[in-house]
Design a protein around this ligand. Structure first.
Ligand code: FES
Length: 101
């Protein structure tokens, strides 16, 4: 996981809330776009592909590519379509093969 980010927060007036990503505590701006906040916090990758394990990060930021999938409180969701809320527990989605059922 990266520790520095190439992205900067422009509006620092929003209240920050505590969320966890892969067990690491983060202070993100409440109500802001989750994908943008995770990128600004230096989180990478968001997930890995099920077949090759290749790292993936947000690409389109508009709900089309699904490269931003994360697991939030046990439910797999698109980070770019989700607002930051206090207490979110976020992790990389578990790899699931179709023949695992
Ligand atoms: S970044 Fe493409 S769906 Fe979220």
């Amino acid at each position: 996981m990266k520790t520095a980010s190439d992205y900067r927060i422009l509006d620092e007036t929003r209240q920050r809330v505590t969320v966890r990503f892969e067990g690491n505590e983060l202070l993100l701006r409440e109500g802001e776009n989750l994908a943008a906040e995770l990128l600004a916090a230096g989180i990478a990758p968001f997930r890995r592909t099920p077949v090759s394990g290749a790292p993936r990060n947000p690409f389109c930021m508009m709900g089309a590519c699904f490269d931003c999938l994360v697991e939030i409180d046990g439910v797999t969701r698109q980070a770019c379509m989700t607002e930051v809320a206090d207490g979110m527990v976020i992790s990389m989605p578990a790899s699931r093969r179709t023949d695992d059922a």
